[in-house]
Design a protein around this ligand. Sequence first.
Ligand code: 13P
Ligand code: SF4
Length: 323
Amino acid sequence: MNSRLSLPLLYDRVSRVMPEAEWLSHEDDVAAILELKRRRNAVILAHNYQTPEIFHGVADIVGDSLALARKAVDVEADIIVLAGVHFMAETAKLLNPSKRVLIPDMQAGCSLADSITPDDVALLRLAHPGVPIITYVNTSAAVKAASDICCTSGNAKKVVESLGVPKVLMIPDEYLAQNVARETDVEIIAWHGHCEVHELFNVQDVRDLREAHPGVIVLAHPECPPDVVAEADFAGSTAVMADYVGEKKPARVVLLTECSMSDNVAVHHPDVEFIRPCNLCPHMKRITLSNIRKALEEDRHEVTVDLALAVAARRAVERMLAV
Ligand code: 13P
Ligand code: SF4
């Protein structure tokens, strides 16, 4: 979609969150990427945590983890560039295996994905025989392959309740599991993984924000600790937070999540005041216009999934998409 907009029109989109001088430093890469996408028949999928010049400047499809997975299925272009982290690129490859999937930086990982291995999952299965294993998409394909079904923060409760059982394992995000457990009668056994970005928020942050910014509406991501979510006005995935702002149009809002999220949402809501304490995800920030350009110029870095794992991992993701 962006390839049809001129560079000044693209700048108009982000002018509320980016000084013109900064945009000018990006223009050369933006123009080159738009041309490379056309020439190479490529699309860019970007997560909500990507910087505004990527999110609003070159991305074709944007959203939360769930939306990116759903939309990856239908991509017809030859190449998918995933502006996000490695598990997202693997998920796109699982769901649309005939496409070449590129990630601009192979080191773009995730503390949750690093917190659990397939051997850990096998031990959990032995310890809890017959209990289904729900795995957050923020994991490797090998961990997904060892699981029964996946979930994202956008559908976790729905996935838990879809199984019709009294007890489930939900791995590896302990806080997501605890936050979902508060909303359902299903017993949830958690793992001890945490998101290194969201675990940094605490209850005192929320109280200080309310005192400094009277009337502020506090939205928290469900990867935040449960006491933070309890102190917030509302919790949801990145897409759910964006929808909340669009529908309720709070006069003042704070999004307890990654920093680029507020910038990307603020672009669409000039009447909403965004209070900006946030935490950066170092993995998401590895993706830049410059390495997206290189990815398209040099066909790098291709993400593949071991065939032996792909069938079982795809089954877990597709089972989630069917819920
Ligand atoms: P969602 O966009 O699915 O809410 O996920 C947040 C996240 O931390 C992804 O890495
Ligand atoms: Fe992983 Fe947290 Fe970064 Fe998302 S924000 S990629 S969950 S470390």
